[in-house]
Design a protein around this ligand. Structure first.
Ligand code: DX5
Ligand code: ZN
Length: 221
């Protein structure tokens, strides 16, 4: 795996041509498919579920699929997404009554597991589960919609989480989601993030390769 991963959020893709659009963004150099699952209950929007994930697999998408669950409750969807071809499953601590159990459930289903922290969610829920985390996802917008602006206080939070990861001695990806674009990706990386979710910044561009190359160029500076 490269040290920096670009994960386009297919929330901003063309749903009527989803397979083609995902194949196109991967051909343009994306590393991971970020799959935003919203339930109109935990977050105020409604997207897609395991059947769409499975359809992408049968269409021939082989890249890692990173499922970001913005649903409550979480556990019943974990086996379905694992079966549908998810590689990574992340969820919000507020959405699970038993965080440790849900993380273990994800791992028992053969996927990498992660917690997602909203902008105002404190870091203490990470403390006793660091050994089960493969990914920590920091939301840099309030979840529910693409195209929002990056909340600047996230940069401090990234630094604090990066310290926690280093102190744990574990190989945990630090992912940032919301308002990420070529103009701010370098400072997000400098704060300690290594996996970048970007929806509108990629899918709103006529040429996805130009959008991804611009981000990688900023990461090399
Ligand atoms: C928001 C989602 C994000 C979102 C990112 O709830 O988790 O993945 O689609 O979109 P942009 O990059 O447009 O902010
Ligand atoms: Zn997301």
């Amino acid at each position: 795996m490269p040290s920096y991963l670009i994960a386009p959020s297919i929330l901003s893709a063309d749903f009527a041509r989803l397979g083609d659009d995902v194949a196109k963004v991967l051909a343009a150099g994306a590393d991971v498919v970020h799959f935003d699952v919203m339930d109109n209950h935990f977050v105020p929007n409604l997207t897609f579920g395991p059947m769409i994930c499975e359809s992408l697999r049968s269409y021939g998408i082989t890249a890692p699929i990173d499922v970001h669950l913005m649903v409550k409750p979480v556990d019943s969807l974990v086996p379905s997404f694992a079966k549908a071809g998810a590689d990574i499953i992340t969820f919000h601590p507020e959405a699970s009554d038993h965080i440790d159990r849900t993380l273990q459930l994800i791992k028992d289903n053969g996927c990498k597991a992660g917690l997602v922290l909203n902008p105002a969610t404190p870091l203490h829920c990470l403390d006793f589960v660091m050994d089960k985390l493969d990914v920590i996802l920091l939301m840099s917008v309030n979840p529910g919609f693409g195209g929002q602006s990056f909340i600047p206080t996230t940069l401090d939070k990234i630094r604090l989480v990066k310290e926690k990861i280093i102190a744990s001695g574990r190989d945990i990806r630090l992912q940032v989601d919301g308002g990420v674009k070529a103009s701010n990706i370098a400072e997000i990386a400098a704060a300690g993030a290594d996996m970048f979710v970007a929806g509108s910044a990629i899918f709103s561009q006529p040429d996805y390769k130009v959008a991804i190359d611009d981000m990688r160029a900023e990461l090399k500076k």
